[in-house]
Write a protein that binds this ligand. Structure first.
Ligand code: BGC
Length: 755
């Protein structure tokens, strides 16, 4: 980095996050020159392409608006040459030449797509998560992007909600670590570098708690729950220095997030000290009309006054703020403040120093989809897989077997990337059949589709909005099934790849039934009935309800939607080149009736018996145990890990002190492998009802076969704290129980006292 750049970066950093009075002189000088219309223009974010599919060209209308100084940023435009066209319009042809922010949804990789976020979170490997975000930033910035609409850090405890796929799961502690790693990965140490981009934390707030798991639905939640369970990851992202925040579609306490002053100003800015800018979600400002808060002028004024700085696509700010100013409904200071925040972000990005900083036409060739990036995507994918079951050590398979590779997802290129991968290219994805042949060239691999993902044509139509994900075969279901069964009978082992098509999860893809579609259930049953050993490779964007299918095959490997290297990574694990180490980050229910379901539930006054047996007048169900099918933190390995000798370094501590737990973990199986050692805490007595246990620490460790290690996890004073009825973050004196083990049902425990 040149000295000049270092100086700019340092100046920028010292202003960023500093108190609001300390301002960037260049920005202040620019504000002095701006007309009110130009200030309002900076609050306008447009997409020439419109919608999820990225725009191809800058449309006339947008062009005129950029020249008129009516656009602060664009998204849906990519590639240095295309972005340059837009940037030049702003820089050379608008009166003040203010450069544009160029945004994009780089959710799980830019062109080198890696696993959907729910999958990535299952790696529990924060170094890798950060590396993933760094790679995404290197690729996206090579294509002219300087602002990313990620990370999505919404806590999700309802797998009916399709966007659980884009989250890090149900847990606020793990979610906070992921949020931090991603922000740091995208933003690096120097936002003005041409290889880093502004992060945008979304969706603020509580989007994952949509009622009944229906997307965009209302949220109604106590402040206690909000502060303790749902807000921590957003706060962690803000604390990590996230430059921007995106509001959510839902209401919070009766006011849509986009117009919610308590959320955007009292909490985000005043309490958390956030000094970046806030952008709406796609037309979420206009949607406040449908929410029932008034007309476009009224909701735009409401949003500005609440603390919204930038309006995505809806042009409510652009078309009504001047009028509201003239009518005394908003103040010039409010407009100036919002504009300042947008300009400060541009300054921090280095765009004032060089508006073409991200526009090197050679970079796409050298930085995107490199062999190194694809290798990282393959590694990330293998580490996201969770081994749910492995009877008789069926997996890993030897590389010389006669394998029947069966299932509608076994040779489907279109379903490998997963939801929200608009910058990815499905045609580059490695299918599972290809991956098997690459990794095990000496195996005999024969393929049959066996079933359609779903036989329901109406359902398929809804899923296929972005391309053919569910392709209903011309052959009858019976013919497909027979072909597969015949193949299975004629093989040594069956690998069946089943589950959800890409767009069966994701935005506006909620389901009331989250089981495997019937067509595939029949296939699994028929394959198991052949008597051949069956390994299921299960693909989905969410936890599924599979109580019956879980019992049938000998082995199940959950692979989410793995990204561009899907087939290779799956083959790496199936054939034992990598020993799976992923752990679930969202609980898998037995049935939809158990939802919402998550590990940090409260005890209640009438807890059900620990052994899950029904007892009248206890908090349980007549027709189901309380326990899930698979708990949070669950995941097997090809080897075995034994835990023993849990110790605490103190039996009591004072306020402000730390305490460490040490446990011995031994690899007692036949393979080298990694284990995620998890620590859960129970605050035994406190002023508000505590969860039964909460995740408060974890460590991913590698142990050679036969190796034993002492693992220490330290609890900081903050780990003992919670938000009380006054919403103060406190630790209360009393006993705490520590549990350490391989998942959230960890059994080893020790108690300490906080004096
Ligand atoms: C999504 C956001 C996304 C935005 C822009 C919205 O529909 O909710 O997550 O960033 O579109 O593409």
């Amino acid at each position: 980095m040149s000295t000049k750049k270092i100086v700019i970066a340092l100046v920028a950093l010292s202003f960023w996050g500093a108190n609001a009075q300390q301002r960037i002189p260049e920005v202040e000088a620019l504000l002095q020159k701006m007309t009110i219309e130009e200030k309002i223009g900076q609050l306008n974010l447009l997409t020439p392409g419109g919608g999820v599919a990225t725009g191809e060209v800058v449309s006339k209308n947008v062009e005129a608006k950029i020249k008129a100084g009516e656009v602060g940023g664009l998204f849906g435009v990519a590639g240095p040459d295309k972005v340059r066209v837009a940037q030049e319009l702003a820089v050379k042809e608008s009166r003040l030449g203010i450069p544009l922010l160029i945004g994009s949804d780089v959710i799980h990789g830019y062109k080198t797509t890696y696993p959907i976020p729910l999958g990535l979170s299952a790696s529990w490997d924060m170094d890798l998560v950060k590396q993933a975000a760094q790679m995404a930033a290197r690729e996206a910035t090579a294509d002219g992007i300087n602002w990313n609409f990620s990370p999505m850090v919404d806590i999700a405890r309802d797998p009916r909600w399709g966007r659980i796929a884009e989250t890090g799961g149900e847990d606020p502690y793990l979610g906070s670590k992921i949020a931090e790693a991603m922000v740091k990965g995208y933003q690096g140490d120097d936002l003005a570098s041409a290889h880093t981009m502004l992060a945008c934390v979304k969706h603020f707030a509580l989007y994952g708690a949509a009622e009944a798991g229906r997307d965009y639905h209302s949220v109604d939640m106590s402040k206690i729950k909000m502060f303790n369970q749902y807000l921590p990851p957003y706060k962690a992202a803000v604390d990590a220095g996230a430059a921007s925040v995106m509001t959510s579609f839902n209401d919070v306490d009766g006011v849509p997030a986009t117009g919610n002053k308590w959320l955007l100003t009292d909490l985000l800015r005043d309490r958390w000290g956030f000094d970046g800018f806030v952008v709406s979600d796609y037309t979420s400002l206009n949607e406040m009309i449908a929410h029932g808060l008034g007309d476009l002028q009224a909701v735009s004024a409401l949003a500005l006054k609440a603390g919204l700085d930038m309006d995505m696509v809806g042009e409510g700010f652009l078309t009504t703020l001047k009028k509201s100013l003239d009518e005394g409904k908003v103040t010039e200071e409010e407009i100036t403040n919002a504009c300042r925040r947008v300009l400060e972000a541009k300054y921090i990005s280095g765009l004032f120093e060089d508006p073409y900083r991200y526009l090197d036409s050679k970079r796409p060739e050298t930085d995107i989809l490199t062999a190194e990036n694809r290798a990282l995507a393959r590694k990330l994918a293998a580490r996201s897989f969770v081994l749910l079951k492995n009877e008789n050590q069926l997996l890993p398979l030897q590389k010389n077997k006669k394998i029947a590779l069966i299932g509608p997802l076994a040779d489907s290129r279109n379903n490998m990337l997963g939801t929200w991968a608009p910058t990815g290219d499905v045609s580059l994805a490695v299918t599972i059949q290809e991956g098997f042949k690459n990794v095990a060239p000496n195996a005999t691999i024969q393929y049959a589709k066996g079933a359609n993902i779903s036989d329901d044509a109406e359902f398929a139509k809804k899923v296929n909005v972005f391309g053919p994900r569910i392709e209903i075969d011309k052959r009858s279901p019976k013919t497909l099934l027979k072909e597969a069964v015949d193949l299975a009978k004629n093989s040594e082992v069956v690998v069946a790849v089943v589950g959800e098509a890409t767009e069966m999860s994701g935005e506006a893809a909620s389901r009331t039934d989250i089981s495997i579609p019937d067509s595939q259930k029949k296939l699994i049953k028929a394959l198991v009935e052949t008597g051949k050993p069956v390994a299921l490779v299960l693909m989905s964007g969410r936890p599924l309800t599979i109580p019956e299918e879980f019992e049938l095959p000998a082995a199940i490997l959950q692979v989410w939607h793995p990204g561009v290297e899907a087939g290779n990574a799956i083959a790496d694990v199936i054939f034992g080149d990598y020993n799976p180490s992923g752990k679930l980050t969202a609980t898998w229910p037995r049935s939809v009736g158990q939802i919402p379901i998550y590990h940090s539930v409260k005890n209640t006054g009438r807890p059900a018996p620990e052994n899950d047996e029904f007892q009248k007048f206890r908090s349980n169900y007549l027709d189901s145990p309380n326990s899930p099918l698979l708990p949070f933190g669950y995941g097997l390995s090809y080897t075995k890990f034994a835990y023993s000798n849990l110790k605490l370094d103190k039996s009591s501590i004072g306020q402000g002190e730390s305490i460490s737990a040490t446990v011995t973990v031994a690899n007692t199986g036949n393979y080298d492998g990694e284990e995620v050692v998890q620590l859960y805490l129970r605050d035994v007595v406190r002023s508000i009802t505590p969860p039964k246990r909460e995740l408060k620490g974890f460590q991913k460790v590698f142990l050679k076969k036969g190796e034993k290690k002492e693992i220490t996890i330290t609890l900081s004073p903050d780990d003992l704290k919670f938000y009380n009825s006054q919403l103060d973050f406190v630790a209360e004196s009393g006993d705490f129980e520590v549990f350490v083990g391989t998942n959230s049902d960890a059994e080893l425990s020790k108690t300490f006292t906080l004096k």
